[in-house]
Design a protein. Sequence first.
Length: 281
Amino acid sequence: MPGLTHPFTFLLLSVLLVLLLLGWHLCWRLRRQHARMRRLRQRNASAQRAARAALGQMRGELQGLAGLADQVSLFSAECDTALQQQQGTLEQVAAALQRIKVESQQLTEDARQVGSEARQSLQLAARGQAGLSATLMALRSVDRALVAMPAAALGQEVRVLARQGRDQTYDANLALAGVGAAASGIEERGLSLVVACEAQALGIEVLDAALEDARQLVLTSAWRSRQARAASEALQAGTQRLDARMRDLQQDAGDEKHAVQDPVAALPGLAGQPAPHTAEH
């Protein structure tokens, strides 16, 4: 019995020593695994803090994008208003051009009529001058006849010359009356020309003001369009950055979730080892 007891005791001690070594190794592996799990938890907490910070930044970017969208809407409304004002100004310009065209035609017609009446007045004046010259010549001939002719023939000749002088004087008076009427017509046409010129000048001033307003509206519309385009580009760039940030956060969250849910599989050399609570039991 003592001979058998000694080998059995040696074997039992060897088994106990192996079990102790195995237990120490398992404890060392478990402590290592716990340390790695703590690092994973710390990394997960850091990732969560980074995610919260990124979400806060995303909220700020979303607020900025909302402000940009409001600016785009405001700029679009202002562009629409400017275009409507420009359309109204162009309609005023078209009306002013039409009015100036009508007034120019009336002015041309008045000028033609004034020229015609001026020619008629010149003709009447020439006729009146000719009649007066003939009357003077008749009076001179009467004077000469009174001196040279005998008394018997003097009465008949005087009557003839007096009749001719009366007729010529009547023609001269008619010509002078025509000249006066033509002068009055010319004066009226001149006044109408002055009024038409003043109206045309006023229309040109209105046209210049309307064109200046249209130019200012075009410049304002172009500036608003550039601002709206810049705001739209900034909005698009912000949306792209937001999408990229969301994809990065989703990818990081997926990786961290997989690492926390399966820490043993994530660590090399620990696959197939028992869980910590199993080893402790």
